[in-house]
Write a protein that binds this ligand. Structure first.
Ligand SMILES: [Zn+2]
Length: 417
């Protein structure tokens, strides 16, 4: 088969291949994946069709029609999979930054009508075209960081009309540019003012009046299980209703308190449990026992909230929990899109090794979106989402703190501008 795209002279090709095909990478497998030195990747249309050493390259498949990218000895790897963002919102919360610096906590600001609720007011008032422009601008920034697939949550509408609008905007943003967008419904982000003190009634409303509208529109349903948001019992009932409607499940849990949301959601078959800063060892063992539920670690959030407690990444890996790393991009607790910085912080504050952290932003992040059969590694048959970096050794990736190492981005076999 003639190659439409060839990446040649890859000094280190981080394949992420070599692990079990049917479940996320855990334990030693998180760092046992293969690196090929002096290698190539060949694509036909949107698909990878050959991977190997330069000495094995079949030059007869390289024609005048082949786009050839010379990696010139640099690192080549799968496109980054950003598996947890709140992409679509209006306004920003820069004024709260100073309040945080002066000592107010996230929950203090939420209780005073700030925090999420101030973004909800701005988002409800925003025209759909403006929300779409914002989302496209953010997606452009993410693509420059090498993100080739991104999960986008709703959750700043908290009413039927606005939540459906946010889902529509996320889907439309996915159609208008190359980064693949996976949509998650997070109507259960916090209790809206209209339902103050009645979280269960609000969840009943979402389950009855909104979830049925989202079949085919959203892939996953998520909930914020936390003090001041939704209890474990209310979350369980809601997620069971979502599962019965055919949605995949996710949860924000153990971000600020150890309530038991992660173990509950894992038992329901959630694809991911996100945050996990306060996840205790007994519940971590319950998550590990599923062999499937990915713990999504979000190290930029405690950084931005000035909290000392980070998710126990090293311990989770040693317990056999599959981990992914994401930014949690959102206007309140992480207005940052630099997944490379999150990767470095996962090493510095959570004890991941560079190879573990690289797996956490590629193949395991793909598992957290149920997309590991298509993306997350450089293997024949997978989608040609690839990065050429400006470094020669993978160990430089977490080392150059806060830099963007991306030289070229390939999505679906096409080199992005
Ligand atoms: Zn989040």
């Amino acid at each position: 088969m003639a190659y439409s795209l060839l990446l040649r002279n890859c000094g280190q090709l981080l394949t992420l291949a070599g692990g079990p095909p049917d479940r996320p990478l855990t334990g030693a497998a998180l760092s046992d994946w293969r690196i090929l030195e002096n290698a190539f990747v060949a694509c036909a249309g949107p698909t990878i069709v050959a991977v190997g050493l330069m000495a094995e390259l079949d030059e007869t498949q390289v024609t005048a029609a082949t786009t050839v990218v010379d990696a010139a000895g640099q690192v080549v790897m799968p496109g980054l999979v950003e598996c947890h963002t709140h992409l679509v919102f209006a306004g920003n919360r820069a004024p709260e930054f100073q309040r945080k610096l002066q000592g107010e906590s996230y929950l203090d600001i939420l209780a005073s009508g700030g925090g999420i609720l101030s973004t909800v007011r701005a988002t409800r008032a925003a025209p759909e075209a403006g929300l779409l422009d914002n989302a496209l601008r953010h997606l452009h920034d993410f693509r420059r960081y090498g993100i080739t697939t991104l999960e986008a949550k709703s959750g700043y509408g908290l009413d039927r009309e606005t939540e459906l609008r946010l889902v529509r905007v996320a889907r439309e943003a996915g159609r208008r540019q190359p980064v693949r967008v996976v949509v998650t419904f997070l109507g259960a982000h916090v209790v809206p003012p209209e339902y103050r003190g009645r979280p269960a009634d609000y969840l009943d409303f979402l389950a009855a009046d909104v979830l049925p509208e989202l079949r085919g529109e959203a892939d996953f349903v998520d909930i914020f299980c936390e003090e001041g948001a939704f209890s474990v019992e209310d979350s369980r009932r809601y997620l069971e209703q979502a599962r019965a409607l055919g949605f995949g499940l996710k949860i924000h849990a153990e971000q600020l308190h150890d309530l038991g949301g992660c173990a509950m959601a894992a038992a329901l078959g959630a694809v991911s449990v996100d945050h996990c800063d306060y996840l205790n060892p007994a519940d971590a063992a319950r998550v590990a026992a599923t062999g499937r539920t990915v713990a999504v670690l979000l190290p930029l959030v405690p950084l931005f909230l000035r909290q000392e407690k980070y998710a126990p990444g090293r311990q989770l890996i040693d317990q056999g929990v599959p981990v992914a790393v994401s930014t949690d991009f959102n206007p309140g607790s992480c207005p940052g899109k630099n997944l490379w910085l999150a990767l470095s912080m996962a090493c510095l504050k959570m004890g991941l090794t560079p190879k573990e952290a690289i797996a956490a932003v590629t193949l395991n992040a793909a598992w957290a979106l149920s997309l590991a059969a298509e993306i997350g590694s450089v293997e024949v048959g997978k989608r040609a989402d690839l990065l050429v970096l400006d470094v020669r050794d993978y160990q430089e990736i977490p080392y150059w703190l806060g830099e963007n190492p991306v030289r070229d981005v390939v999505i679906g076999g096409r080199v992005c501008e």
